[in-house]
Design a protein around this ligand. Structure first.
Ligand SMILES: [Zn+2]
Length: 436
């Protein structure tokens, strides 16, 4: 951390120098002792528009992002209708986003059974990469792929530089565990039973397959939302050998532990599930050691009815944790507690995800030539999350009531203020980013 002057011209950083501005005829903004960070990038969110806009949408998601210092969102291709698995669907999404985005956005394309002909057209149209599932996705229109179909997709992507993102759980261990819980008439209100239904083995087996394929095809594969620390030795070893595999984890796996989750509290439901406290500490360790590349939210909201909170049945509730806008404070709270320095935030929440999406040099860095997206962050205040802090559509989140540290004071997109101390400014000027 050091005093610095950022010079913004035409929406980009034109110059960055240490110390005070000195004499200048430019318009000066003094941010005092607050910390300036690059605008954050959340490369794993479910915006749900078009088609499920009553779950979330561009307007609400991008406002929630802006309030949390996130200046670029990359949408997952499955929860919208049509799913982003063809060029027509991408065009429908672009039309739906028009005039509604408070921050910049992009969307991953989808790899599903039977859409292999659509990958090249989507890549040409600028999607930064593709997402697939190795297990039922929860959305019937977004079919999961087996090893044969994965091989076909990797054949298409080889040499393009575009990463294949994979939901890394395989079905076998989940089906076995769920079957045995059902045959014992397990109580599905109990969190321990939901956790047992999605065992570590499902992640470990999936990641072993992905490592093998990334190496064989020499094509980048990215493991989304790693929850199981049991897969870390496999990933560490693969990365040491130079296999092009990267990995993210999510704020909920770093902040919560299974031991503390109340039975029936389905706002915590996500897949893979939040695991034990010991597992959580191992994820922190891997993040600090650089085995985990970065942190995203996997913000995946839905209307209250689908969370079925009254019944509290983990097997029936929609899976997905809503948290967009809170991630910086959540991560910083955990870092502060573990003695990790602020300077690592930029790598874990901006530079890392920018690199995955191929936005290096344009986004996620305080660097000359990059878009002047930056945030003013006060790392000291402690606060309690309340509904008024949530700007996404449905105010349901396991973070309600959480005690956090650090607040985003101001968010600027291409030099212009979008958000400051609870207020939004101007019109939604976010743009779609395409891979160049
Ligand atoms: Zn997701």
């Amino acid at each position: 951390m050091m005093p610095a002057t950022l010079v913004v011209k035409d929406g980009r950083f034109a110059e960055i120098r240490a110390g005070d501005p000195g004499s200048s005829d430019a318009v000066l903004h003094d941010f005092g002792d607050a910390v300036l960070l690059p605008g954050l990038i959340d490369s794993h969110v479910h915006i749900n528009e078009p088609g499920r806009t009553e779950w979330e949408g561009f307007w609400t998601a991008t406002r929630a992002a802006a309030a949390g210092g996130v200046t670029t969102l990359v949408d997952m291709p499955l929860n919208c209708v049509p799913e982003t698995i063809s060029l027509e669907a991408l065009e429908a999404k672009r039309a739906a986003a028009k005039g509604k985005t408070w921050v910049d956005w992009a969307t991953w394309g989808g790899v599903v059974r039977g859409n292999s002909d659509c990958l090249k057209p989507l890549a040409t149209a600028g999607v930064p990469g593709f997402k697939c599932f190795l297990i039922h996705s929860g959305i019937d229109g977004f079919a999961w792929v087996d090893e044969g179909e994965l091989r076909w997709a990797l054949e298409q992507l080889r040499g393009s530089g575009l990463p294949l993102l994979a939901h890394a759980e395989v079905a076998g261990p989940v089906e076995d565990a769920t079957g045995s819980l059902r045959s014992r008439n397990a109580d599905w209100r109990k969190y321990a039973n939901y956790l047992a239904s999605r065992p570590d083995a499902a992640e470990v087996e999936a990641i072993a397959l992905l490592v093998r394929l990334a190496e064989e095809f020499n094509t980048p594969i990215h493991v989304v939302h790693l929850a199981s620390a049991k897969a870390l030795p496999l990933l560490t070893e693969a990365r040491q050998r130079g296999v092009p595999i990267t990995v993210e984890t999510c704020t909920q796996y770093l902040h919560f532990a299974a031991e503390d989750i109340p039975d029936g509290a389905t706002e915590y439901k996500c897949a893979p599930p939040i695991r034990t406290r010991e597992n959580c500490e191992a994820l922190w360790h891997a993040l600090a050691a650089g085995v985990i590349d970065f942190v995203v939210t996997d913000h995946s909201p839905c209307p209250a009815e689908l969370k079925r909170r009254e019944e509290g049945r983990w097997d029936l509730a929609w899976g997905g944790v809503a948290s967009l806008g809170l991630a910086l404070s959540v991560l910083w709270t955990g870092m502060h507690h573990r003695g990790l320095g602020l300077e690592r935030l930029a790598q874990w929440m901006a530079t890392g995800p920018a690199h995955l999406a191929g936005f290096d040099g344009r986004k996620g860095a305080l660097a000359v030539g990059a878009d002047a997206d930056f945030i003013v962050f006060d790392p000291d205040p402690r606060w309690t999350v309340a509904e008024e802090h949530l700007h996404f559509r449905h105010k349901i989140s396991p973070y309600l009531g959480a005690e956090l540290r650090g607040r985003v004071r101001e968010t600027r997109l291409r030099g212009e203020p979008v958000y400051r101390d609870g207020q939004f400014f101007g019109e939604p000027h976010g743009r779609e980013l395409v891979r160049q």
